[in-house]
Design a protein. Structure first.
Length: 152
């Protein structure tokens, strides 16, 4: 998996981002891991920039900055999950989840890309999210030890 570098976006609004994306990233990209073509459609771009989609990323700023490099992410991300459609839609063969990494302003961020696979063989990038990196909880407790027994 390759780290994809990006910079802060220069969009003035979501409408501006949507217009730019439809002109610049709508198209077909070959994923290096699966060797399958993945479509970024103009309809998908509308979904990527919906309020509910943006809310799933760590911030609007990171979501829009990722939009600029989405084709490169589609090409370099690694397939990690395959499952049936949760809603049982018979028009969808399966749902694939790809994971990639972006680097923006010196920080690394994981990105999840969801692809809908149709029986016709079309693979359509449906959504993407810039994920929050969760830190493990650190405690002084060790398994099998009780705090009470230490102070008795």
């Amino acid at each position: 998996m390759q780290v994809v570098n990006t910079t802060r976006h220069d969009f003035k609004s979501i409408k501006d981002a949507r217009s730019w994306a439809k002109k610049n990233i709508a198209g077909v990209y070959k994923n290096e891991d699966t060797q399958k073509n993945i479509h970024i459609s103009k309809t998908s771009i509308d979904k990527y920039l919906s309020e509910s989609a943006v809310r799933k990323s760590i911030s609007l700023d990171m979501h829009l900055s990722t939009l600029k490099v989405l084709p490169k992410l589609v090409e370099t991300s690694v397939l990690k999950e395959v499952q049936q459609d949760k809603e049982g839609n018979k028009d969808i063969k399966e749902i694939e989840r790809f994971y990639g990494t972006i680097k923006c302003r010196g920080q690394l961020y994981p990105v999840k890309i969801t692809v809908k696979v149709y029986p016709t063989g079309v693979n359509n990038a449906y959504s993407y999210e810039v994920l929050r990196i969760e830190s493990p909880v650190v405690t002084n407790e060790l398994p099998g030890r009780s705090i009470q027994s230490e102070h008795s």
